[in-house]
Design a protein around this ligand. Structure first.
Ligand code: SAH
Ligand code: SF4
Length: 360
């Protein structure tokens, strides 16, 4: 693997097939070599030009000198008792040195027939939701397309021996994906391309705190993942208190954008609802959520709050069950998502680089 700190040449990771063709032409090589690099890098996961045996030897040597594959570097792995692995990855300062070096987190969750990889789209986050530990970092910086794609490649590579046939990705790590729109969409085009990393759009979910203009923009994308919205409250008054972004994009605007969102025939919207004990978990809250989501093809994921050093409480199990039942009774499919990897701070909202005794 190329070292992050010493990028000697142009970083090809994150480039599209078209950008790689242009890069080859700029080097005076035939454009189709770009497509070959694209396939070797993303479909075959060859992270060393020397191993790209579909290229002539002279070109491999030249690329080793003049280009780089700047994968994020594994700083630490935290292994949860449930099999989840939380990675702390270092992302460097890039070719120009203009970006800040930073650490980010990626979570690998093995299941019986598939794995789910939770990736970050920014280092830190500026949205400042009161219940989320990532918010305490503030925004460090946006990630590049290569740094977003790189997280998936590193996690797949690190678990190569144990991979299951299906990979799901969720853009639910650090950061607000729709505040880093261009890099996120460029990364998704590579992740979802059958000629590249080949994740099915049905197995990719982007979660947003509700950046309305970007939701409207995403609606027009040819290649797009499924959409999940962090609702987290049953009224504007309540949402204002825990998600300052609600003042800019209140529920009427947000749910209006959801109603206009062009769902594909197989698709539904997912609404996430973090249950904060004694704050938004009452039967009245549940009934208001049913009203808010009326006439939407939607399901709700209820996420009991994962503790961090913040002034909230986990909800009672009985309340959670009651909340779910009220939604389900009104034909609103609702699921309780107990987050994985809590013992190593890998669960939703816990990604803030906290140290843990389980490090390897
Ligand atoms: N920024 C995006 C995606 C990352 S957060 C967003 O907010 O949607 C992913 C999910 O974790 C969101 O639904 C968020 O509401 C939830 N979350 C944040 N902090 C949490 C916590 N402490 N416990 C449970 N879920 C949390
Ligand atoms: Fe950012 Fe999402 Fe955390 Fe809110 S919940 S601070 S948008 S990462």
């Amino acid at each position: 693997m190329s070292s992050q700190a010493s990028i000697a040449g142009v970083n090809v990771l994150g480039k599209s097939a078209e950008e790689l063709r242009e890069f080859m032409q700029a080097l005076g090589e035939p454009a189709y070599r770009g497509a070959q690099i694209y396939h070797a890098l993303y479909a075959e996961r060859r992270f060393d030009f020397a191993a790209m045996t579909n290229l002539p030897a002279a070109l491999r040597e030249r690329l080793s000198r003049e280009a780089a594959i700047a994968l994020p570097q594994v700083v630490r792995r935290y292994h949860s008792a449930d099999g989840t692995v939380r990675y702390v990855l270092a992302i460097g300062a890039g070719e120009s040195g203009s970006a800040k070096a930073a650490n980010i987190e990626t979570v690998f969750m093995p299941e019986e027939n598939r794995q789910t990889i939770c990736i970050s789209t920014q280092a830190g986050c500026a949205v400042d939701c009161r219940f989320c530990l990532t918010a305490t970092l503030g925004l460090v910086r946006n990630l590049t397309a290569g740094e977003i794609v790189g997280q998936v490649l590193v996690a797949l590579e690190d678990n190569r021996a144990a991979l299951k046939p299906q990979t799901n990705i969720v853009l639910m790590g650090q950061g607000e994906p729709l505040l880093n729109y261009d890099a996120v969409m460029a990364a998704l085009r590579i992740l979802l391309d059958p000629n590249a990393i080949s994740i099915s759009p049905k197995h990719a979910t982007l979660s947003t705190s509700g950046i309305v203009p970007s939701i409207e923009r995403m609606a027009r994308e040819k290649v797009r993942p499924k959409l999940a919205i962090s609702l987290n409250a049953s009224s504007d008054e309540q949402r204002d208190k825990i998600m300052p972004i609600n003042r800019k994009y209140p529920l009427e605007k947000l749910l209006g954008a959801c109603r206009n969102y062009p769902l594909r025939p197989w698709e539904h919207l997912t609404f996430e609802y973090v249950l904060l004990g004694g704050f938004n978990d009452s039967p009245d809250d549940a009934r208001r959520v049913v009203k808010l989501l009326a006439n939407l093809r939607a399901k709700v994921n209820l996420i009991p709050w994962n503790p961090g050093d913040l002034p909230y409480e986990k909800p009672d199990a009985k309340r959670v069950a009651e909340f779910r039942a009220i939604l389900a009774d009104k034909d609103l499919p609702a699921f309780v998502r107990d987050s994985r990897g809590q013992d190593v701070m890998a669960a939703c909202g816990q990604l803030a680089l906290a140290e843990s005794a389980a490090a390897l």
